[in-house]
Design a protein around this ligand. Structure first.
Ligand code: ADP
Ligand code: AMP
Length: 217
């Protein structure tokens, strides 16, 4: 099963992907997580991405497409769920071309729709574990002990690009560059639009309904 999860920054893609992979045994490929790992490791790719990420701009397509095609090539036959990629129509097109070389295609696209005010509240309240990448929210998904990761006890941090000024850029870039990706997929694939303003468990149930329909088909 090859799944793309679309949605604005802070829509809840990463949160839902962690639950999707548990049920369907897919590989979770988050372009943002891979970029942050590259930065932490001090690679050339990480250095190239740094200034774009810090200002809330998109990293150029030529950097991202190669990185994600390489990550996808390591997925098993069970498949993958893409989170944060593709983020431009060109990335979606390049992804399709790359999959087609192996006679493959994206099987299903799930689009998480969230109101802008809720997106801002989710991003500003997000706290992440620098050790294991677990994601919490100061109001909606609190850790058991305030400020500490449930899994490894590490001090939770606020991502440097989760501040008000950078968020405004990220949301603007989402409207300009990423929202058209939904239209691209509607022309070519099965797209499920989900109201993701709801509680995370309710959103998850809707996602499972869509994926189960594909598994049974
Ligand atoms: P994305 O991967 O789309 O950027 P995340 O999964 O990191 O978004 O979620 C953004 C923030 O919102 C996190 O702090 C997360 O805990 C919280 N969150 C995710 N889904 C929901 C939801 N359905 N209701 C409330 N808060 C949520
Ligand atoms: P995310 O973790 O998805 O919020 O991504 C964090 C940042 O990484 C974004 O603001 C971009 O700068 C960069 N990034 C992640 N995925 C992509 C992508 N597919 N295309 C371009 N830039 C990306």
């Amino acid at each position: 099963m090859r799944v793309v999860l679309l949605g604005a920054p802070g829509a809840g893609k990463g949160t839902q992907c962690k639950r999707i992979v548990e049920r369907y045994g897919l590989l979770h490929l988050s372009s943002g997580d891979i970029l942050r790992q590259q930065r932490a490791a001090g690679t050339e790719l990480g250095k190239k991405a740094q200034s774009y990420m810090d200002s809330g701009a998109l990293v150029p397509d030529e950097v991202i497409v190669g990185m994600m095609v390489d990550a996808i090539s390591k997925a098993s036959a069970d498949g993958f769920v893409l989170d944060g990629f593709p983020r431009t129509v060109n990335q979606a097109d390049e992804l399709d071309k790359s999959l087609a070389l192996n006679g493959e295609k994206i099987d299903i696209v799930i689009n998480l729709n969230v109101d802008e005010q809720i997106v801002v509240e989710r991003i500003t309240g997000r706290r992440s574990c620098p050790e294991c990448g677990a994601v919490y929210h100061i109001k909606n998904m609190k850790p058991k002990v305030e400020g500490k990761c449930d899994k490894d006890g590490a001090e939770l941090i606020q991502r440097p690009d989760d501040t008000a000024e950078v968020i405004a850029n990220r949301i603007e870039n989402y409207h300009l560059q990423t929202a058209p990706v939904v239209g691209y997929y509607k022309n070519n694939n099965t797209v499920y639009d989900i109201d993701a303003n709801k509680d995370a468990d309710e959103v998850l149930a809707l996602i499972f309904d869509s994926l189960d329909a594909l598994v049974k088909a």
